[in-house]
Design a protein around this ligand. Structure first.
Ligand code: G1P
Length: 273
């Protein structure tokens, strides 16, 4: 049964320094909510209520955010602001959250391996909360869960990316199927435009099957000298099955200043206040 979701939240967020010197990048707010809360809401909406978060040094604010703050509750009781925490409290009540720390930042693959102790031997989703994905009714994870239920294999979310940005993404090589998904033949991490096998870039949403752990244990350092999830998925795609889901909805790369500002403006204009 698919009900687990792992958040990879160990990264440093160097693109946002100095803001992220003492604050986790996942806690940067879009309007009044930290980025990671959008991700957790998306997971829960997709029925993924067992949440695992792979953190690292300097990330304690994430744990505090999803915990009860009795003092604040007490202070707010009976005031106009009392409802401000209610949505978050309901969210926390509707899931369980476990944390583990990545000792060193050795890539997305290493982060997933670190989360093995939480997800165990079950299929699970992975979220990189830098990628903010919005859809008015059916979240990207929900769309991916439907694809997983059909194919019972690893699923990656993809969208078209301009050639000059292929160096920022895992790029798939695949064939479109009748239902609009792609059967993936291979994945390449951050290729230059000239070597990109397509214009379909992976965004930070995955569904993985337990086989990924054995594959990651075999995976040698790749792009940037790190253990890349993309490489392990590529190996599985070459010998077995990986499906890509070109999702409906809008996605912002909140790991970049431009994407973060665009997301803020979009949410200000479009989300209920
Ligand atoms: C990671 C993955 C990459 C993926 C991207 C999506 O890269 O390694 O394959 O396309 O997330 O945001 P990062 O952005 O962490 O460098």
């Amino acid at each position: 049964m698919l009900n687990k979701c792992l958040f990879l939240a160990g990264g440093y967020g160097t693109r946002f320094l100095p803001a992220t010197k003492a604050m986790p990048k996942e806690m940067l707010p879009i309007l009044d909510k930290p980025l990671i809360q959008y991700g957790v809401e998306e997971a829960i909406a997709a029925g993924l209520t067992e949440i695992g978060i792979v953190t690292g040094r300097g990330k304690r604010a994430i744990e505090d955010h999803f915990d009860i703050n009795f003092e604040l509750q007490h202070r707010l009781r009976g005031t106009k602001r009392e409802t401000k925490l209610a949505t978050l409290e309901r969210l926390v009540d509707s899931c369980t959250i476990a944390y583990t720390r990545q000792k060193e930042m050795r890539g997305t693959g290493d982060a997933v391996l670190t989360g093995k102790i939480i997800v165990g031997h079950s299929p699970f989703a992975v979220v990189l909360s830098d990628d903010l994905c919005l859809h008015p009714s059916k979240s990207v994870l929900e769309q991916m869960v439907a694809v997983y239920e059909k194919y019972q294999c690893c699923v990656v979310a993809v969208e078209e990316v301009p050639p000059e940005l292929s160096e920022r993404y895992g790029i798939i090589d695949g064939t479109k199927q009748d239902d609009g998904t792609y059967l993936v033949r291979n994945l390449v991490e951050k290729p230059p435009a000239s070597e990109a096998p397509s214009n379909l870039g992976v965004v930070g949403r995955y569904i993985l099957v337990p086989e990924i752990f054995e594959e990651l244990e075999r995976t040698t350092p790749g792009y940037g000298g790190e253990i890349q999830l993309t490489d392990a998925l590529g190996a599985i795609a070459r010998r077995d099955k990986v499906v890509a889901c070109q999702f409906q909805g809008i996605r912002f790369d909140c790991g970049s200043i431009e994407g973060f500002v665009a997301a803020t403006n979009y949410c200000y204009e479009n989300l209920p206040k």
